[in-house]
Ligand binder design. Structure first.
Ligand code: CA
Length: 368
């Protein structure tokens, strides 16, 4: 491994680590496919607000987060638009194609029936936008995991009928995780329909969110990262990837920092691997492989909100250049500087094209 971390200039330090403005190359030798781009429909936002304002709302920090986001009108305008205005903005930002994910917390904070029917509605709208602008949009099917049968049916419909490119889960649902056996039919369906699952963060569940919310850390500063860590490591240690070896998982934000710790995860694996008495006394699960194996075999990561050359090169080095995929995190972290910074990365043309274009095409089956 050999790469250099440049010393930040005075201007960089003043602005943090974000790149200095450069012009965007309008004809780069690759397409720029952004793979964690958020959208929403008004019906889901209304259902979230209705539940939050009902006499006895569930104690769910993700639902409260949805309520907070509902008050940010300019953000909501951008989320709701999957038409020509968004495409004009993509042109400004230098993005050829967006992979659209229903924004967190989505349908997962709703009651099972309502969540299931609103997932269907969202998927119909998204499929329509993708049909209308096939060169600019692709989409992931959304499903309500709190209704397992409905989720399986919607994954099938999304992949077989609507032609989506994978599935999105906004992580836990009222503290439940896909690693619990009753949700494994969902994993089975994802594998059967060849749908990569993108697990996008939400705020940690009520059982452990208080110390985060107390300090303002529920979101990108810590809660989102630790929450997807829980989901990913839970899936690995549950044996889900041994049972479903073709189950493909994608996580954002540089793999929520987990790639930095693979050495220690392998070293300390026996803390949970093969241990009796975990998960409420369920039979012990003995993994077939070291933790790092699953990161190099079943898991891909995206660079959403983390357009930072050293971290991207590190992850390409330890996971393989085929495992790191570009994402912007529009509209939350849209940045006029971002793609120009990627264009300027000191990286081979082959790896740059994999990062910006071909890894996304392969993982999300964009060229079918
Ligand atoms: Ca995001």
């Amino acid at each position: 491994m050999s790469w250099n971390v440049e010393v930040a200039s005075d201007a960089d330090i003043k602005r943090g680590l974000a790149p200095v403005s450069r012009p965007i190359d309008r004809h780069p030798p690759y397409k720029r496919i952004a793979t964690e781009e958020a959208w929403n429909i008004p019906e889901i936002l209304e259902a979230q607000v209705r539940l939050l304002e009902s006499p006895n709302p569930p104690d769910d920090p993700s639902l409260r987060m949805a309520g907070m986001f509902s008050k940010l009108k300019p953000l909501q305008d951008q989320l709701m638009d999957i038409g020509e205005r968004r495409i004009a903005r993509m042109d400004e930002l230098g993005i050829d194609k967006q992979l659209l994910l229903l924004t967190a917390p989505g349908v997962q904070v709703l009651e099972p029936d309502e969540g299931t029917s609103l997932a269907r509605l969202a998927n119909d709208r998204l499929a329509e936008a993708c049909r209308r602008f096939p060169d600019r949009y692709a989409g992931l099917t959304v499903f309500a995991p709190q209704n397992v049968k409905g989720a399986v049916a919607e994954i099938e419909r999304g992949m077989k009928t609507l032609g989506f490119n994978g599935a999105v889960l906004n992580s836990h649902f009222r503290g439940r995780y896909l690693d619990e056996l009753e949700f494994w039919p969902i994993i089975e369906a994802l594998e059967a329909y060849d749908a990569a699952l993108y697990i996008h963060p939400t705020i940690p569940p009520a059982a452990w969110s208080q110390p985060y919310e107390f300090r303002g850390f529920g979101g990108a500063l810590a809660g989102f990262t630790h929450e997807v860590w829980m989901h990913t490591m839970g899936l690995i240690f549950s044996g889900a990837f041994d049972r479903f070896p073709n189950f493909r998982l994608v996580i954002g934000h540089m793999g929520e920092a987990m790639p930095l710790l693979l050495y220690r995860f392998d070293w300390m694996q026996s803390n949970a691997d093969g241990k009796e008495g975990l998960r409420g006394g369920a039979p012990a699960v003995k993994l077939k492989h070291p933790v790092s194996y699953y990161f190099k075999t079943n898991i891909w990561i995206t660079t959403s909100g983390q357009g930072w050359e050293p971290s991207i090169k590190y992850c390409m080095d330890v996971l393989g250049p085929d495992r790191v995929i570009y994402a912007m995190d529009y509209p939350y972290q849209q940045s006029a500087d971002e793609v120009a910074a990627y264009d300027a990365f000191d990286m081979s043309p082959e790896h740059k094209k994999m990062l910006m274009q071909t890894n996304a095409e392969r993982v999300f089956r964009l060229t079918r």
